[in-house]
Write a protein that binds this ligand. Structure first.
Ligand code: APR
Length: 228
């Protein structure tokens, strides 16, 4: 089976109603990420940081996967599909994708502040100051904040280097190390970039840019790949 590696960003969840970060109505247009998504912000004002992620987690319980998420599931009938997502939502999993690697953490999980390997599924939207891990320390969102290490980048780079086809969906490709994964894909394999705002061409070889929304562009590319 040929291996397809898919790198997704906030744009694939936009049509499900989840805000992106750098679009006109993106989160970082309304909030300063330094005040919400950094270890310093957590040390300075944990209640505010907790509220920011609680708001986003609450929304997650109210939205559904969209046609783009479901089209990627269909690919699994014919290809060995590995999804590497920058997103912290669970829409790929809820659509039925079986191979999802989260680079930046997961909104529906919390982790210990003294033992990062202690990670807990959250069945509720609200995480509160006072919610503690089994070692008695405060739980924090299981999110990779700016300035923190990206523990899954190694496995993600490894998977990217084995792709026969590489698909990029809904990401501005400005945040590293995630954006650097395209460099690990072999130069001669076909690569596709589905994003209405995609004007990026620098340095990615063998790239086809599809300036469409994910909900339209992803089913189209899946249909053509299923006919190969
Ligand atoms: N379909 C496809 N792409 C879309 C759609 C859509 N309907 N709507 C917007 N986009 C595209 C935008 O054109 C943009 O290129 O989605 C991309 C969103 O870019 P960002 O907001 O920068 O999101 P992302 O690239 O995922 O950000 C990466 O930055 O803030 C951190 O950790 C956060 O994972 C995030 C990382």
């Amino acid at each position: 089976m040929k291996r397809i590696v898919v790198l997704t960003g906030a744009g694939i969840s936009a049509e499900s109603g989840i805000s992106t970060f750098r679009d006109a109505s993106g989160l970082w247009r309304n909030y300063r990420f330094e005040e919400l998504a950094t270890p310093e912000a957590w040390d300075r004002n944990p209640e505010l940081v907790m509220e920011f992620y609680n708001m986003r987690r609450k929304q997650l319980f109210e939205v559904e996967p969209n046609a783009a998420h479901y089209a990627l599931v269909e690919l699994e009938e014919k290809y060995d599909v590995h999804i590497i997502t920058q997103n912290v939502d669970d829409l790929h999993e809820r659509a039925g994708s079986t191979n999802v690697l989260h680079l930046h953490g997961e909104l529906k999980k919390a982790r210990s502040t003294v033992a990062p390997n202690l990670v807990y599924e959250l069945d509720r939207w609200e995480l509160k100051i006072g919610d503690k891990c089994e070692k008695g320390s405060q739980l924090r969102p299981h999110i990779v904040w700016f300035g923190e290490a990206v523990p899954m980048i190694g496995p993600a780079a490894e998977i990217s280097s084995t792709a026969d086809i590489f698909i990029i969906i809904g990401t501005s490709l400005v945040v590293y190390p995630a954006a650097g994964l395209t460099d690990y894909a072999k130069p001669d394999i076909p690569k596709f970039y589905i994003d209405p705002g995609a004007s990026y061409a620098g340095g990615i070889s063998n790239l086809t840019i599809i300036q469409k929304k994910a909900g339209e562009g992803v089913p189209e590319i899946v249909n053509s790949l299923m006919k190969r």
